[in-house]
Design a binder for this molecule. Structure first.
Ligand code: WT7
Length: 652
């Protein structure tokens, strides 16, 4: 540590490599020359990317940078909905499918072409105008994954209203605080959606929130499930107000820096931050990265991102990026285990999906359910697989490539955040020889680095803090209503650099590995050890499907490593599993990383977006009473874990 000047230990060795398939490489949208072009002239590179869009007026200045405030494509004007919808219809692609929508109840599906989408978005835009929503007004959206959700986003974008999507699993108080913070005047919602085989109500939550939000003038309600709903005097039905509108609407150009949306992110602690994204730079980078990272061929690919539109992944890679590129996408309403655990693979087979983008938490769940489930389906259409949301453990990457991608498809591990708006660090599937677990290199046009606590670049083989050194087009423009918090949160740790809060290492070849949030790093006998590396070591044991690791106070070592593991479907919870796993970690990473304790648990506490909540596990590991569990997917998980505690094993 002291000799190498590292701030984060580099323990995991991984030598597997996967070359890009020759055929894919030969026809790739983006080749290695993009890196040289972008490093020769970064702004010219992003100008060319912006030129993939249709502008009503060209910008006069590519970037105005008054750190930490950026303006991109200054003076330019464009309409995002026109770029995502109308221009494809005008180009003769009106009959092309924009969305294959698959409801959770089997047989419940809709096919929406670009021409259909143009009509639906126009009607919704006219309805918003009739309801008194104008440019710059905020609209809160609280909906299930139904076609009216992307239509609502695009209708807002079309008229210049600012959408604030609140994930449909959040509570009335979470919805209320987000409505208040953005001072929204309209809510768009539905009676409910289908989840786990049953209608799941949304409207009562909206009623509860809106009862305390006098600024809300109207609530626009889609009938999806047909559940009984209480009708308040603010309510209007989508099928009354939207359906009777004209399907013609002329999109007006908006300024490149006009706000597009606010999306709240909780980070690890504190009051949610309203992350603000604007128009020209955001669409430029989401569209460019979607084309490059997934090698999208709009005429032949069927693309499916399994995220919820309530998260940034859904905003950027279900709605804006894919539609700007004229893609054909699948949208699925429900959960992966309804009505059976092969539902995802059945959908891949049904629509002949070629590009699949999902999260490590889902991949590890599929590993736990067993290899035999995907094996029953024909998934030979797949050609590129993507991952996002957390570090992907090397073993999960290899499982994904092998059991979903038939050992044929490249896996792209894409690092980014709500704040970055679009993918920042990722392999390119036709260029990069992938390493399982590594996000590899910053994309062309992105300047990222790994630095020590003084802000100095670490050498190859070193670990530290991930930073972004130069502004990028889809970067957040601030935190809604709180410029000081924006500076403090992202720009104060390292002078002049954006600090996302993640740890990373640069391997001997100079490739990047993300190591989780720096708040989670453990200090064991003077070594900074990332939870990610220990978790990946545990997941590399054939009996382990999923693992979460935390540092607990220890009288001898400062902190000690405590692990929670979920076993694979096939593994028996034998008497000495804890000892076996402790030895395994010591062998893979070295004795310093050997956990003090291993607990076998049935589930792990996760946020609604699937990230492990290590804070709660730290409480368990240190025998504290549990902190706030309201953002958990399922708060009974913590009871399950607490019940298991007496059997927890501590050795040595
Ligand atoms: C945080 C951002 C990006 C859209 C979904 C999550 C973690 C995300 C990766 C990855 C390692 C990753 C980071 C980041 N993260 N992708 N490929 N490898 N970590 O958006 O909720 O804003 O979360 O997710 O810690 O900071 P978000």
């Amino acid at each position: 540590m002291t000799e190498s000047q590292e701030t984060l230990s580099n323990l995991l060795q991984e030598n597997r490599r996967f070359e890009p398939p020759a055929e894919l490489a030969a026809a790739a949208n983006v080749t290695a020359s993009a890196y040289t072009e972008a490093s020769a002239d970064r702004l010219a590179f992003w100008e060319a990317a912006a030129d993939r869009l249709t502008w009503a007026e060209r910008w006069h200045t590519t970037l105005e940078w008054e750190a930490p405030f950026a303006k991109w494509f200054v003076g330019g004007k464009l309409n995002i909905a026109y770029n995502c919808v109308d221009r494809h219809v005008e180009a003769g692609n009106g009959d092309k499918v924009a969305f294959y929508w698959e409801g959770e109840p089997e047989g419940d599906s809709r096919v929406i072409t670009y021409a259909d989408l143009q009509k639906e978005v126009s009607k919704a835009a006219n309805a918003l105008t009739e309801l008194g929503v104008g440019k710059g007004d905020r609209v809160a959206i609280y909906m299930p994954m139904i076609p009216e959700l992307p239509v609502s986003l695009l209708a807002c974008a079309r008229i210049g209203a600012i959408h604030s999507v609140v994930f449909g699993g959040f509570s009335a108080s979470a919805l209320k605080s987000r409505i208040d913070d953005a001072d929204a005047k309209l809510v768009i919602t539905a009676d409910g959606g289908f989840r786990r085989g049953a209608p799941s109500a949304l409207k009562p939550t909206v009623d509860e929130a809106v009862a305390e939000c006098p600024q809300i003038e109207k609530v626009l309600v889609v009938r999806r499930t047909g559940q009984d709903v209480a009708v308040t005097d603010k309510d209007v039905w989508w099928h009354d107000v939207v359906e009777r509108q004209s399907d013609q609407h002329t999109p007006e150009p908006h300024d490149a820096e006009d706000p597009l949306y606010i999306l709240y992110t909780s980070g690890t602690t504190g009051k949610p931050k309203g992350i603000l994204h604007t128009t020209g730079g955001y669409l430029t980078q989401t569209a460019w990265t979607h084309n490059a990272v997934f090698d999208l061929k709009p005429d032949t690919d069927i693309y499916w991102c399994t995220a919820d539109i309530g998260w940034v992944t859904g905003h950027s890679y279900i709605v804006y990026g894919p539609l700007a590129n004229g893609a054909t996408s699948v949208i699925y309403e429900g959960t992966p285990d309804t009505p059976h655990r092969g539902r995802f693979w059945e959908i891949v087979q049904k629509y002949k999906v070629t590009i699949l983008y999902t999260a490590p938490t889902a991949i590890r769940t599929f590993m736990k359910w067993g290899d035999d489930i995907p094996a029953k389906f024909d998934m030979s259409s797949l050609r590129v697989l993507g991952s996002v949301g957390e570090p992907i453990n090397p073993e999960a990457y290899v499982w994904y490539r092998e059991h979903i991608g038939a050992s044929r498809t490249p896996v792209v591990d894409t690092w980014w955040q709500t704040e970055t708006g679009a993918i920042m660090i990722s392999p390119l599937p036709g260029v990069t020889a992938g390493k399982p677990g590594a996000a590899m290199q910053p994309l062309p046009g992105i300047v990222a680095d790994v630095v020590d606590d003084q802000g100095k670049s670490v050498p190859n083989g070193g670990g530290g803090f991930l930073v972004v050194r130069e502004p990028w087009p889809s970067m957040l423009r601030g935190i809604w209503g709180d410029p000081e918090r924006y500076k403090e949160t992202y720009w104060s740790r390292f002078d002049g650099f954006y600090f996302p809060g993640d740890g990373a290492k640069r391997d001997d070849d100079g490739d990047l590995w993300l190591l989780g949030r720096v708040d989670d790093v453990m200090l064991v006998s003077g070594h900074n050890i990332s939870t990610t590396e220990v978790e990946s070591a545990l997941v590399s044991h054939p009996k382990v499907a999923e693992a979460a690791v935390v540092g607990a106070t220890d009288p001898v070592t400062g902190q000690a490593i405590v692990s929670f593991v979920i076993l694979r479907g096939s593994a028996e919870e034998g008497g000495d599993i804890a000892a076996e796993l402790r030895q395994h970690v010591a062998k893979v990473l070295g004795p310093i990383a050997k956990p003090r304790q291993i607990m076998v648990v049935p589930e792990l506490p996760k946020t609604r977006s699937g990230k492990i909540m290590r804070r709660l596990l730290r409480d368990v590991a240190e025998n504290r009473s549990l902190g706030d569990v309201t953002t958990l997917t399922d708060s009974s998980v913590m009871n399950l874990i607490s019940e298991k505690l007496p059997s927890a094993k501590s050795e040595d």
